[in-house]
Design a protein around this ligand. Structure first.
Ligand SMILES: Nc1ncnc2c1ncn2[C@@H]1O[C@H](COP(=O)(O)OP(=O)(O)O)[C@@H](O)[C@H]1O
Ligand SMILES: [Mg+2]
Length: 213
């Protein structure tokens, strides 16, 4: 059946979402993150500098990676990755709309780097880092440069955390070679996780230095 013809006067074009003048809740290297003005459980990420090619590339890469993950047809791969709703036109350029992680008390979750610098590595956090790594192996997910500041630590009421990866979900550069040679993929995942561990150790050292000063 053909879609019903729209009736009434044509709708005026939707106005861009107003973000300018609001305070972003986080400023990453390439993007600024805002709480969605219409939904406190969503965030909108826009290029930190709309004229900077690298910022725009980061936006496009997120969307490409997310589409690729969806094409895998696995539900469990989204257990630690936020749902992306799509894009929205904002007065600061195109925004990516995704789930905003909040702790049990409603506060926006901190990233893992912030949590480690503040609290060190309490045993529940060590266990959760381990769980994240095991999950990456189980999903056989080769991420791109998963650093602690690209992982969000969602705190539950019993003082535990759940770690979620908020960007760099896939390294598509190696997708063909790793598809053809699973052993290469093993090596690359191991290398990625080794790098992640070294970054965690550096943050712990930074905390020790800060406390000694
Ligand atoms: N979905 C989210 N939920 C909670 N915090 C987030 C979310 N996405 C990003 N953040 C916070 O914003 C910071 C910057 O976001 P990110 O996507 O890493 O930007 P950039 O590409 O500039 O690095 C993150 O380090 C994290 O603290
Ligand atoms: Mg980041």
């Amino acid at each position: 059946m053909p879609p019903p013809k729209s009736s009434g006067p044509p709708k005026p074009p939707a106005r861009p979402l107003a973000l300018a003048g609001r305070e972003p809740f986080a400023r990453g290297r390439r993007r600024h993150c805002y709480v969605h003005p219409d939904d406190p459980d969503l965030c909108v990420k826009v290029a930190a500098d709309a004229g900077d090619e690298r910022c725009l590339r980061e936006q496009a890469r997120d969307l490409r990676n997310y589409r690729w993950l969806r094409s895998l047809g696995s539900d469990s791969v989204f257990d630690r990755i936020p749902a992306v709703e799509g894009t929205v036109d904002t007065d600061l350029g195109e925004g990516i709309v995704m789930r905003l992680y909040r702790d049990h008390d409603g506060r926006i979750s901190r990233n893992l780097a912030q949590v480690i610098v503040e609290r060190g590595l309490p045993p529940p956090l060590v266990r959760e880092i381990d769980a994240l790594k095991r999950w990456l192996w189980k999903e056989r997910l080769l991420t791109r440069d998963t650093a602690p500041y690209n992982v969000v630590a969602v705190r539950s009421p019993d003082d535990r955390w759940q770690l979620m990866i908020i960007e760099g979900w896939a390294n598509l550069r190696y997708r063909w070679v790793t598809w053809l040679h699973p052993l290469v993929k093993d090596r690359l995942i191991a290398r990625q996780l080794g790098k992640f561990d070294r970054r965690v150790s550096k943050l712990v050292e930074r905390r020790i230095r800060n406390r000694a000063q």
